[in-house]
Design a binder for this molecule. Structure first.
Ligand code: GCW
Length: 697
C-alpha cells in the first residue's frame, strides 16, 4: 500500500490567514474557511501533525490538500501539534489494514463516508474513510464544515450516506458563451464557440459541487447545439472533464437527437434505424476515448421546437434507448427529459391542459426504457412556477428510473435580483406523499428509486452559474445551490438546518448575523409568492418576454398553455375530473381526493386546480379577491421589511457584502410594490370588486 504523508505544519504556515481579495472571497462561496476566533481555535488543539493518504489517486491527493487548506485557514498559523497523531484518508479496505479494529456502524455505499476519531498507535487520530475516493473527499468537506461551524470533533463518529446515486447539476450554457436563463454572467466553460482556454472557474465550480456531494455536471444547454458532438469539439470537452476529475465530478453532455443527420451525414435520425444506432455507438465510443469517466447524456426532444422521435413516429423510449445502448458498455446513463408538451395548444378548448403532457407522454411507456435510462421530471407539471403541485408522473412510473429536476437558477422566481430561498419549496414537493397503492410514498423516495426498487434515480438541479465572482449573480442566491446539493444528499434535512449551515459557512458564526440571514432566507419564498402569484394561479410574469416582470395576461390566449383563465367572472384552471381537464385523474386515488373538491383542496393550490368566482370564500375565511389584495399588500410590506432587518447587520458583515445586499433589498422592496400594484389593479379591473381596506379602487 502506498502511503503519502503531508506535514500539516508546513502547509498550515504556508496558507494561514493569507489576506483574500474580495472577488476571491466571493468566489469561495461557502468554502471560505474564515479564521476561527482564537478561543474557538484553541478548542481544536493539539492538532494531528500529519495527514496520511492511503493511495495516490488525484481525488485523494486533492482531498488531502483541501484538508490542509481548510484547516490552515481556519485554525491559523503555528497551532499546537500532537506528535504521532494523524488524519488518515483512504478507502475502507486500506484504512482497515492500517487500523484492524475499525468497524463502521453500517455498510458504506458509494460516495458515503465515515468520520471516526480513533487512537492509532496510541495517538489520538482521525480516520476519514469511504468505499470510493469520492466518498473520502466528501468526508473531508464534512469535517471542514464542522470545524467552520465550531462543532466539536474530538469524539467524532459519523457515517453519512447519499440518499440516491444521481446528484447532478445541469448547466444551460451555449457554446457562444451565453447561458440560457443564467443570471450570473457568461459561461464558465465556453466563449466564441469553443471551450475557454482558462478553465480555472470550471475547476473551482467542481470543488464547490464536490463539497455538497454533487457527482455530475452536464455542461451544455438542453437546447443542445449539435456541434457539441463534432469530432473537433470532443477533445475540447476533455479539458473540462480533466478539471472536474480531481473533484470526483463526472462530465455529461446534452445532445440534439437529430445529430446523426445534422452532423453525422446520415439521411435520418430515426432511433430504430440500425445506421443511427451504429452512429450513436461510434460517437459514444469516441467520447469515452477522450473522457473515460464520462457520465452520460441528457436529451430534450419533441419539446419547444426541438427535434424528436415523433418525426419518425417512434416513442420517447425508442429515442432514449438508442443512446442508452451506446452508453451501456461504458457504464454511462441517459437522462430523458419528461418536459415534453405541445406549445401550440388551442386555448379556446377548455379541456386542453399543458399540465397533463408529461404523464400523457411517459406513463404509457412505463417499462419500455432501458435500465441505464432515467426519465428526468420537473418538480411540477408546468414549469418551475412559484407554486405547483408535485408532478403526477412521479407516481406514474413503476418500471422506469426517474429523477427530479429542480431549478436553482431563479427563472420565474426573481432571477437572483430578488431573494427567494427555494429549499422550503423543494422540500414540500420532495415530502409530498403520493400515496401509491395507499402507502406512504413521498416523492423523495420515488425519485431515489427505493419505492419500486429501481437501480438508478435521484436529483438534477439546473444551476446556471456564470463568470460573475459570486457565481449566480447574487451572494444570497448561493444558498439555493448549496441547498440543492444538501437535499440531493439527504432530503430529510430541514430547511432550517440547511440554511443555518450555509449562513455560518458563508458569513461566520456571529449569532445576530446568522439569525437574521436565516430568517430572511426562510421567509423569502412565501414573501415572493405573496406579492407575485396568488393561490397557485401560476405565472403572472411576462412569459412572452423576460419571465420576470408582472404581465398577468401574457400567459393567456396563446398556445403555451400556462393559463390561469382569469376573466370578469372568475379565475383558475378547472383541472377536476368532474368538469375540468381531468388532470387530477393522473394522481393516485387518495391524492385525487385531496384536490378534486373545493372542500378538500388547499387554498395555496386552489387556482391551480379550480376555476372559481372572485367571491369564492377560502378555507382561510376571506374571498379570493380580498386574498389577492391582502397577500400582495402583505408581501410588499414584508419585502420592505427586509431592508431594516438587514440594516441591523451593519458592522457585523464586511462592508462590501453589507452594501451590496442592502442595495438588493432596497431594489426588491420597489419591485414588490410594482408587482403589488400591477396585480391588484388587474384583479380589480377584471372583477370590479373593491378592496375592503380601501387600498385598491
Ligand atoms: O422554463 C423553460 C425555459 C427554457 C428552457 C425550458 C426547458 C432550456 O424558459 O429556457 O429551455 O424551460 O426546461 O427545457
Amino acid at each position: 500500500m502506498r502511503r503519502l504523508r503531508l506535514s500539516l505544519l508546513a502547509f498550515v504556515s504556508a496558507l494561514a490567514l493569507s489576506a483574500n481579495l474580495s472577488a476571491e472571497t466571493e468566489a469561495e462561496a461557502w468554502l471560505r474557511y474564515a479564521p476561527l476566533p482564537p478561543e474557538l481555535r484553541k478548542t481544536y488543539e493539539p492538532l494531528p501533525c500529519q495527514i496520511v493518504i492511503l493511495g495516490d489517486s488525484p481525488v485523494l491527493k486533492n482531498a488531502a490538500h483541501e484538508l490542509v487548506r481548510g484547516m490552515g485557514q481556519m485554525l491559523g498559523a503555528n497551532p499546537e501539534l500532537h506528535r504521532g497523531s494523524s488524519i488518515v484518508l483512504g478507502t475502507f479496505d486500506q484504512a482497515h489494514r492500517l487500523v484492524p479494529t475499525l468497524n463502521p456502524p453500517e455498510k458504506l455505499i458509494a460516495d458515503g463516508y465515515w468520520l471516526k476519531a480513533t487512537p492509532i498507535r496510541g495517538a489520538p487520530s482521525f480516520v476519514i474513510t469511504a468505499v470510493n475516493d469520492r466518498g473520502v473527499l466528501h468526508g473531508v468537506f464534512a469535517l471542514l464544515g464542522k470545524i467552520a461551524r465550531g462543532e466539536s470533533i474530538s469524539t467524532l463518529d459519523e457515517l453519512q450516506q447519499p440518499y440516491a446515486p444521481i446528484r447532478w447539476v445541469n448547466q444551460w450554457d451555449n457554446l457562444d458563451g451565453s447561458v440560457e436563463r443564467g443570471y450570473g454572467g457568461r459561461s464558465i466553460f465556453y466563449a466564441d464557440g469553443k471551450v475557454r482556454d482558462d478553465l480555472s472557474r470550471a475547476s473551482e465550480y467542481a470543488r464547490l459541487l464536490a463539497s455538497i456531494g454533487i457527482n455530475g455536471c452536464t455542461v451544455n444547454n438542453v437546447n443542445a447545439a449539435p456541434a457539441v458532438l463534432a469530432p473537433d469539439f470532443i477533445p475540447q470537452l476533455r479539458r473540462i472533464a480533466d478539471v472536474f476529475r480531481p473533484w470526483g465530478v463526472q462530465l455529461s453532455l446534452s445532445v440534439d437527437l437529430s445529430s446523426p443527420k445534422v452532423i453525422g451525414g446520415l439521411d435520418t435520425f430515426d432511433p430504430l434505424d440500425p445506421r443511427v444506432a451504429e452512429w450513436w455507438r461510434k460517437k459514444v465510443d469516441e467520447i469515452y476515448r477522450e473522457i473515460p469517466d464520462f457520465g452520460g447524456i441528457v436529451v430534450k426532444a419533441d419539446s419547444e421546437g426541438r427535434s424528436g422521435p415523433s418525426a419518425y413516429k417512434r416513442t420517447h423510449a425508442d429515442a432514449a434507448n438508442v443512446i442508452a445502448r451506446a452508453l451501456k458498455p461504458h457504464g454511462g446513463i441517459v437522462f430523458y427529459r419528461a418536459f415534453v408538451y405541445n406549445h401550440h395548444l388551442d386555448w379556446h378548448d377548455l379541456k386542453n391542459d399543458r399540465a397533463k403532457a408529461a404523464y400523457d407522454n411517459f406513463h404509457p411507456l412505463d417499462g419500455a426504457f432501458d435500465d441505464n435510462a432515467i426519465v428526468q421530471i420537473k418538480n411540477g407539471p408546468i414549469d418551475f412556477q412559484v407554486r405547483e403541485p408535485a408532478s403526477p408522473l412521479f407516481a406514474g412510473l413503476r418500471r422506469t428510473n426517474e429523477s427530479i429536476e429542480l431549478q436553482i437558477t431563479q427563472e420565474y422566481t426573481g432571477q437572483q435580483k430578488q431573494l427567494c430561498f427555494l429549499v422550503p419549496m423543494w422540500k414540500e414537493v420532495l415530502d409530498f406523499d403520493m400515496r401509491v397503492d395507499g402507502k406512504s410514498t413521498p416523492v423523495k423516495d420515488l425519485v431515489a428509486g427505493s419505492v419500486f426498487h429501481r437501480p438508478l434515480g435521484g436529483f438534477a438541479g439546473v444551476a446556471n452559474v456564470g463568470l460573475d465572482a459570486n457565481w449566480l449573480g447574487s451572494p444570497l442566491a448561493m444558498a439555493n445551490l448549496y441547498g440543492f446539493g444538501r437535499l440531493a444528499w439527504n432530503p430529510n434535512l430541514t430547511s432550517e438546518t440547511i440554511i443555518d449551515e450555509w449562513t455560518q459557512l458563508t458569513f461566520g458564526n456571529d449569532p445576530l448575523v446568522v439569525q437574521t440571514i436565516n430568517r430572511l432566507q426562510l421567509e423569502s419564498w412565501h414573501v415572493y409568492e405573496d406579492y407575485t402569484g396568488p393561490l397557485g394561479a401560476g405565472t403572472l410574469t411576462n412569459i412572452t418576454g423576460n419571465h420576470y416582470d408582472p404581465a398577468p395576461m401574457s400567459s393567456e390566449e396563446n398556445g403555451w398553455g400556462q393559463w390561469h383563465r382569469a376573466d370578469s367572472h372568475g379565475i383558475g384552471m378547472d383541472r377536476t375530473m368532474a368538469t375540468g381537464t381531468g388532470f387530477i385523474g393522473q394522481y393516485p386515488p387518495e391524492v385525487q381526493k385531496l384536490y378534486e373538491t373545493l372542500d378538500a383542496c388547499p387554498d395555496n393550490l386552489l387556482l391551480f386546480f379550480h376555476h372559481v368566482p372572485y367571491t369564492h370564500v377560502l378555507h382561510l375565511g376571506k374571498t379570493v379577491v380580498q386574498y389577492v389584495y391582502d397577500s400582495h399588500y402583505d408581501g410588499a410590506e414584508q419585502a420592505a421589511g427586509f431592508v431594516p432587518q438587514w440594516e441591523k447587520l451593519e458592522g457585523h458583515v464586511d462592508e462590501e457584502r453589507y452594501r451590496d445586499i442592502l442595495a438588493r433589498f432596497e431594489f426588491q422592496a420597489k419591485e414588490a410594490v410594482k408587482w403589488r400594484d400591477v396585480i391588484c389593479a388587474w384583479i380589480f379591473k377584471l372583477s370590479h370588486i373593491p378592496d375592503n381596506k380601501g387600498r385598491v379602487k
